[in-house]
Design a protein around this ligand. Structure first.
Ligand code: HEC
Ligand code: HEC
Length: 256
């Protein structure tokens, strides 16, 4: 008898807390997204970027929190703050947790609208992305290697990386413009820097080790070396296709 109760309790528990797989269900995420726009976007921003409430997309708030904690925050609110409790039924609340998880999940786990094959064609063709980015050993290296882009960036980061590259410069890719004592100019990204020398990867992909004493100016720029006009050069659909293509890039064998 005792054993029977134990099994009952266990299965009830299993039902109440969805599995990680359940939390990746596109139907749940979409339903959560819909509710989010209605109930949460006003304070947390429609893309989770934050406002009156904290950022739920890139911040540590969601990434570090356990599912149960997110569930509790939605159900009960955070007492003493503006975060209200919603007291929804459990399933509706879990769907919201699924959506919050999707906001900071790697792009490869997300549902991304867009045509992967067309994205690939743009990446290698019209977009000229391979001039600066490498995928699986092919392409340039003045920009970050994107072989594992889908596993290491969120959809939002990929999209912003394309349409607004200067908003967040990838680490190790700061733009520099130098002028030597003799007037020679060099533009590129800084790879290494100390008081006496710096390494600059130029736009042609050549690495220069420069003695700081030979330079008249070292200008570190807040602007990315990546062109900032893809938003106008490419259509919204073409950008969706590129994001869909990059979201599929992973070092794991099954990726293409
Ligand atoms: C009236 C504004 C407001 C609304 C509406 C709102 N939030 Fe919040 N939310 C906040 C504030 C403010 C905080 C920060 C609370 C604190 O200081 O810890 C917060 C915190 C959170 C946290 C972090 C809780 C934690 O454990 O630290 C989560 C997750 C969250 N909100 C999700 C949601 C979701 C999902 C919705 C919609 C169902 C929502 N919020 C609606 C204002 C709001
Ligand atoms: C002239 C060189 C150049 C071209 C062309 C270029 N990029 Fe970039 N890209 C860079 C550099 C440099 C960075 C790193 C600085 C930054 O974060 O903006 C970067 C950053 C990125 C990032 C963010 C990477 C990260 O680490 O988060 C993405 C995504 C990206 N590029 C995609 C593309 C796509 C897609 C194309 C083609 C449509 C493209 N790039 C064309 C140079 C280039």
């Amino acid at each position: 008898m005792k054993r029977y109760f134990a099994i009952c309790a266990l299965s009830a528990f299993a039902q109440a807390i969805p599995s990680d797989k359940q939390l990746l269900d596109p139907a749940w995420i979409n339903e959560g997204r819909h509710q989010y726009r209605l109930a949460c976007g006003g304070c947390h921003g429609n893309g989770g970027e934050g406002g009156r409430g904290p950022n739920l997309a890139d911040g540590a708030t969601v990434k570090r929190a356990k599912n149960e904690r997110l569930f509790g925050a939605i159900k009960n609110g955070v007492p003493g703050t503006d975060m209200p409790g919603f007291n929804w039924d459990d399933e509706k609340t879990w769907r919201m947790v699924a959506f919050l998880r999707s906001l900071s999940a790697p792009a490869m786990q997300a549902i991304v609208p867009g045509d992967v094959e067309n994205g690939r064609a743009i990446f290698h063709g019209k977009g000229q992305c391979t001039g600066c980015h490498m995928i699986r050993g092919g392409g340039g290296f003045i920009g970050p290697d994107l072989t594992d882009a889908g596993a290491t960036r969120t959809v939002k980061q990929l999209r912003e990386g394309i349409v607004a590259p200067s908003d967040r410069i990838a680490e190790g890719f700061q733009t520099v413009k130098t002028v030597a004592v003799d007037g020679t100019k060099l533009n590129g990204v800084v790879k290494n820097r100390n008081n006496y020398s710096l390494q600059v990867l130029d736009e042609g992909g050549k690495l220069h080790l420069i003695d700081a004493a030979s330079l008249r100016e070292i200008n570190l720029e807040v602007k990315s070396l990546m062109p900032g006009d893809y938003k106008t050069k490419l259509s919204a659909k073409e950008i969706d296709d590129l994001v869909a293509f990059l979201a599929k890039q992973s070092v794991r064998a099954e990726a293409k």
